[in-house]
Design a protein around this ligand. Structure first.
Ligand SMILES: *[C@@H]1O[C@H](CO)[C@@H](O)[C@H](O)[C@H]1NC(C)=O
Ligand SMILES: *[C@@H]1O[C@H](CO)[C@@H](O)[C@H](O)[C@H]1NC(C)=O
Ligand SMILES: *[C@@H]1O[C@H](CO)[C@@H](O)[C@H](O)[C@H]1NC(C)=O
Ligand SMILES: *[C@@H]1O[C@H](CO)[C@@H](O)[C@H](O)[C@H]1NC(C)=O
Ligand SMILES: *[C@@H]1O[C@H](CO)[C@@H](O)[C@H](O)[C@H]1NC(C)=O
Ligand SMILES: *[C@@H]1O[C@H](CO)[C@@H](O)[C@H](O)[C@H]1NC(C)=O
Length: 492
């Protein structure tokens, strides 16, 4: 659920990086095309760390766990804004939302903010064949209705044909009729086209890998999966992995006493679904009936397991085609939650460039609207065992100095119909969060959408949670602290 506090994603980089290291010698940067490493970037929509490799005891994710076991797994990675389009445009351009000026779904950064280069564009300009499958950029105006073609991609991006049924009436309800439901376990042979978008995307991605096997150029393949984003439309056999009686409830489902109303997400997109509407849940705080809570969690976990099998098929193909030892795999979500090192998704661009041996884009000046190629994130190469590569002089060595930034816009101080996804013109308040290894600190401040200006002397509310004593962020300590001073101290 998108709030600044949960504006956390996570990235893993590096399947078989160690063998690549051996093959190439980690001291030297890949330079000639024969040495160049391929990139497989897997982007998952709305995945939180409900995965075995993050310690979840219930969720079955053997393929992703297997990938993680060969990879560098980031335990504390944060999205810059936990909304699909702003998050993706941020990490794909390597700029923060305050630079892309995209907080909603209504503008294209190249005309609205600056002509910023993207990760795939940079690889394309460096001799890679770049390919997009499924939901990589958010579709629509935020990527100029073309997934940022032709700049980012060598040829037109692929979208699964069955994508158009995602929000239509294809879910068989208890009444035998078809509905547009939140909970949507399906018999795949019965749905239109007899397939699902993520299955189609996997098949397309495997075909592209087969083509690339004999290619003289290295490739950059981005595969964007739709699940576990709502609606939970997944093959019904995955439900069997999660008998309802085994599903636990969220450990802290109550709205915390000290939560400022501006911080609350009224989950309007969930309420629109037919099965949820039928529950007549009070706006904005609910509660959701306990049995339905269990069903939501069951279907989320089942969707994760379904996603996991798709990731498994894709990675098996990479192995079978003997591409695994020359391919860097990066796996990330656009949203998510965590629990060692803090990293931000905005660092994916410089890190992937560095890992592939390309020149790492220089740090952005402030402001940087006029600069096409620069980075606001950090080159995280140091986290890998690539000690001999040029180190990023800006990467602090002390984890207590690491900070992740995240933001979330609101139209009003109290939850209302558009609180979770306000359009730019309606944004009145911006929540800015900093997360350190010790605490999460958020201030909700006045925001002027015409000038793109936050007013830090106009504080609407604040939040402060200590990680060790309050890991679930239920006890807001803002009013007990010298909040404002602390924030002043920590602003960059
Ligand atoms: C990867 O493995 C294949 C087959 O095992 C081998 O032919 C190829 O040379 C290897 N490539 C690298 C870069 O090690
Ligand atoms: C790649 O090789 C070219 C020509 O040999 C050289 O000028 C360039 O600096 C090299 N780039 C990297 C990143 O090593
Ligand atoms: C934006 O960048 C692209 C890719 O480098 C370039 O082709 C295009 O001309 C640029 N547009 C403007 C308006 O500078
Ligand atoms: C966006 O797409 C339109 C229509 O295809 C095109 O005319 C326009 O040049 C594109 N914008 C940019 C910045 O490339
Ligand atoms: C459900 O829980 C029971 C009791 O803990 C356990 O024996 C069973 O294996 C679980 N079922 C699944 C599918 O995880
Ligand atoms: C929905 O709930 C409201 C109170 O929250 C109640 O007044 C109304 O009658 C309910 N509607 C239905 C159809 O149950």
């Amino acid at each position: 659920m998108p709030t600044p506090g949960s504006g956390r994603g996570f990235i893993w980089l590096g399947l078989v990086l160690s063998s690549v290291c051996v093959a190439l010698g980690c001291e030297t940067q890949a330079n000639s095309t024969t040495d160049a490493l391929n990139i497989l970037l897997i982007i998952v929509d709305d995945l939180r760390p409900s995965l075995g490799c993050y310690g979840d005891k219930l969720v079955r994710s053997p393929n992703i766990d297997q990938l993680a076991s060969h990879s560098l797994l980031f335990q504390n990675a944060f999205a810059q804004q936990a909304v699909c389009a702003p998050s993706r445009v941020s990490f794909l351009t390597g700029r923060r939302p305050d630079t892309t000026r995209l907080y909603d779904f209504n503008s294209y950064w190249r005309v609205h903010a600056g002509n910023f280069s993207t990760i795939p564009q940079y690889f394309k300009e460096n001799g890679y064949v770049t390919m997009s499958v499924g939901k990589v950029f958010h579709p629509g105006i935020t990527s100029n209705h073309t997934d940022d073609s032709p700049y980012s991609w060598s040829f037109p991006p692929y979208h699964p044909s069955s994508e158009k049924y995602e929000n239509t009436k294809t879910c068989r309800g208890p009444d035998g009729e078809l509905h547009a439901n939140l909970l949507c376990p399906v018999d795949v042979v019965d749905v239109p086209e007899g397939t699902l978008p993520d299955k189609q995307s996997t098949e397309q991605a495997i075909q592209l890998l087969e083509k690339m096997k004999t290619s003289a150029s290295p490739f950059f393949l981005a595969v964007g999966y739709h699940k576990p984003h709502i609606p939970f439309r997944y093959p019904k056999e995955f439900q069997k992995l999660y008998p309802l009686e085994n599903i636990t409830l969220a450990p802290d489902s109550e709205v915390p006493d000290g939560l400022p109303p501006v911080a609350y997400n009224p989950w309007m997109d969930i309420r629109q679904r037919e099965d949820v509407q039928a529950l007549n849940i009070s706006v904005p705080y609910g509660p959701i009936p306990v049995e339905f809570q269990r069903k939501i969690r069951q279907s989320y976990f089942a969707s994760v397991s379904y996603l996991d099998t798709q990731v498994g098929r894709l990675l098996s193909a990479l192995d079978d085609l003997q591409l695994a030892n020359s391919t860097i795999v990066a796996f990330t979500s656009d949203h998510g939650r965590q629990s060692m090192d803090l990293v931000e998704l905005v660092s994916l661009f410089p890190t992937l460039a560095g890992l592939a041996g390309l020149q790492v884009p220089p740090r952005c000046p402030v402001p940087s609207f006029h600069v096409e190629l620069c980075r606001e994130g950090k080159n995280l190469l140091k986290h890998f065992r690539f000690r001999d590569l040029e180190e990023d002089p800006y990467l602090p060595g002390n984890p207590r100095e690491l900070i992740a930034y995240s933001q979330y816009p609101r139209p009003a101080d109290f939850p209302q119909w558009n609180s979770d996804k306000p359009s730019l013109k309606d944004i009145k308040i911006m929540g800015y969060s900093i997360r350190t290894i010790d605490y999460r600190y958020t201030v909700w401040v006045g925001f002027n959408p015409d000038e793109f200006l936050a007013n830090f002397s106009d504080i609407h509310a604040g939040e402060l949670y200590f990680v060790d004593s309050d890991p679930l962020q239920d006890h807001n300590m803002y009013n007990d602290s010298q909040g404002g001073d602390l924030f002043q101290l920590l602003m960059p």
